[in-house]
Design a binder for this molecule. Structure first.
Ligand code: PEP
Ligand code: MG
Length: 584
């Protein structure tokens, strides 16, 4: 029987492959009493489970491919160290003996005690390490529950060609999966602009998020069809349906191949307006794709990957080498490096529990706030970026700036890093450009003020929409409200573009809206001249720009900023897009 499930298509393309289901769930832990004569047996059971967890982690460590992100191994080493610590190995055993309780319960009580210790730490970075405790404890619990631990961390090629079905994937999971050549992924949660989704797009694999309880309906190894554009998952397809999707898969690949002719063309509208297309980079591997994408530089180099899946932040030399590599491989094209935007959906590892300690992580200590709160980690990054600027054209961009004080403090720190480098005789670009991301309504409203103090602005629509419309970008339940065409969003974008014009500084857009071909012509009409997007989208957007004639736009195009009704806004958008046929 054919089963069709619908979610949110977040990364285009058709995949046909076998399902691989991941279970992250925490086992249900309950207390029960152990008769005195069985206590030592219960202790043995716990010790065997701890040993089992050790074996699993050692095996994962051995299978890490050479090209995996740096320090995946040290991430696993941290878990192994924990498994040797008496707070996890001895204390629960004492509890089993003194309370006569089951191993699971003793472990859970000790887990809670350790998490409390972490919660009380002042250092927010160390606070996030409680996720390590949970990872290790969950692993032991699952062994105690005799569950088959689905190790999505095992990068052994076992998942090649499979469609991953998971409750959710963290950015860290997605990073680890990139080497496994998976065909697609489907999750029960997640929004269209969650960081994980963005990573999927950058990996160029089809992805669907928000299919509720999908793991209940799908069997491991069942053959599935995924349409990452419409968000459709089909299981048990008959021959006719499979053949149809095979055709679509071929057509999609041909469409992508046909775009290659735009690579060598300049980006300009038919009425000769030159437009700049830049690429967003998530991972070092993206640089290869970017070089082939036809982009004229990197408009957003996300540095969070450097901090993920490891127990300590990267040192200056490691960062310098990463930034130097990217700027050198871009052959004199500019690279805009964004300082670390950790927090909220971009936690340093699994991060599943961070939100338990902070009620509203998206409104909390993240991005520039975290940078300023952790000046030592921030300074290390600033020094590395500055030093890399001696090897090519680098710009620095601060994320999520909401007040002028933040910008001033960040600039002061940058100045003192420059001073230090001068004293140490280390080279850097003395005229390095500084910009801020406009991704909070307050900063869009005040864009004119910020524009006076920086060299450029970059609009981050993913967060700007989240904060303007008060909808969590990773929550599929409110995804239906995530509307780039909401007049409030469009007005804030327009204000920012105008501020750039008035102050004579460039304004780019690096949020996902810039990569969606449906919005290309509208953004051109609003005055956007620099688009930055994942490299896979560059040629598609270029095709539309090169087919557009700004003079032929419908007369009342900017009326869309006044549309209170989304259907009316869609109608105007259709009119704008149909002025020229936009073929896919
Ligand atoms: C954005 O918010 O639009 C953006 C580009 O930043 P990120 O998606 O990394 O938060
Ligand atoms: Mg953002």
């Amino acid at each position: 029987m054919t089963l069709e499930l619908q979610g949110i298509g977040v990364s285009r393309g058709i995949a046909i492959g076998k399902a691989h289901i991941l279970f992250h769930n925490q086992p249900d832990v309950r207390e029960y009493l152990i008769p005195k004569f069985s206590v030592e047996q219960e202790v043995d059971r716990l010790q065997a489970a701890i040993e089992g967890a050790r074996q699993q982690l050692r095996s994962i460590r051995q299978h890490i491919p050479a090209n995996a992100p740096t320090d995946v191994a040290s991430f696993i080493d941290t878990y192994l160290l924990m498994l040797n610590d008496s707070s996890l190995t001895q204390v629960p055993i004492e509890m089993i003996r003194s309370r006569l309780c089951n191993a699971e319960w003793a472990l859970q009580l000790q887990r809670d005690a350790l998490i409390n210790v972490f919660n009380e730490m002042d250092d927010p970075y160390l606070r996030t390490r409680q996720d390590d405790v949970d990872h290790v404890v969950n692993r032991i619990h699952r062994i105690l529950a005799d569950e088959n631990v689905a190790d999505h961390e095992i990068p052994d090629g076992r998942l090649k060609g499979h469609i991953i079905i998971a409750e959710d994937l963290t950015p860290a999971d997605t990073v680890l999966m990139q080497h496994q050549e998976i065909a697609a992924f489907v999750t029960e949660h997640g929004g269209a602009t969650s960081h994980t989704t963005i990573l999927a797009r950058s990996l160029g694999i089809p992805a669907i998020v928000g299919i509720e309880s999908v793991r209940r309906y799908i069997q491991d190894n069942e053959l599935l069809i995924i349409d990452g554009e419409t968000g459709t998952l089909i299981a048990g397809a008959d021959d006719a349906i499979t053949a149809e999707y095979q055709q679509r898969q071929i057509a999609f690949k041909q469409h992508i191949a046909s775009l290659s002719r735009y690579k060598s063309q300049p980006t300009q509208t038919q009425d000769n307006k030159a437009i700049k297309l830049l690429a967003n980079a998530e991972l070092p591997e993206d640089i290869k794709t970017i070089s082939n994408s036809g982009a004229e530089g990197i408009g957003l180099y996300r540095t969070e990957f450097l901090y993920m899946n490891r127990s300590a932040p990267p040192e200056e030399e490691e960062q310098l080498s990463a930034y130097r590599d990217v700027v050198e491989s871009m052959n004199n094209m500019p690279v805009t490096i964004r300082t670390f935007d950790l927090g909220a959906d971009k936690t340093v590892d699994g991060g599943r529990n961070l939100s338990q300690t902070v009620t509203n992580p998206a409104l909390g200590l993240r991005a520039i706030r975290l940078c300023l709160n952790q000046p030592n980690i921030f300074r290390t990054q600033l020094r590395a970026i500055l030093r890399a600027s001696a090897f090519g054209k680098i710009k620095i961009m601060f994320p999520m700036v909401s007040t002028m004080q933040e910008l001033t403090q960040a600039k002061l720190l940058l100045e003192s890093c420059k001073q230090e480098l001068d004293n140490e005789g280390l080279d850097y670009d003395r005229h390095i450009e500084i910009g801020v991301m406009i991704e909070i309504p307050a900063s869009a409203v005040c864009a004119e003020i910020f524009a006076k103090e920086v060299d450029f602005l970059s609009i981050g629509t993913n967060d700007l929409i989240q904060y303007t419309l008060a909808i969590d970008r990773i929550d599929d339940q409110v995804n239906y409200l995530y509307d780039p065409l909401h007049p409030a969003v469009l007005r804030l974008i327009f204000m920012t573009l105008q501020a750039g014009k008035h102050q004579n500084i460039p304004v780019s857009m690096c949020g996902e809206m810039a990569s969606d071909p449906r919005f290309t012509r509208l953004l051109l009409a609003m005055g956007l001249e620099i688009f930055s997007m994942h490299p896979n989208a560059v040629l598609e957007v270029k095709k539309i720009i090169n087919e557009s004639n700004l003079k032929n736009l419908p007369e009342n195009t900017l009326q869309i900023l006044n549309m209170s009704n989304p259907f009316d806004a869609e109608k105007i958008l259709d009119k704008i897009n149909n002025t020229h046929r936009i073929g896919l």
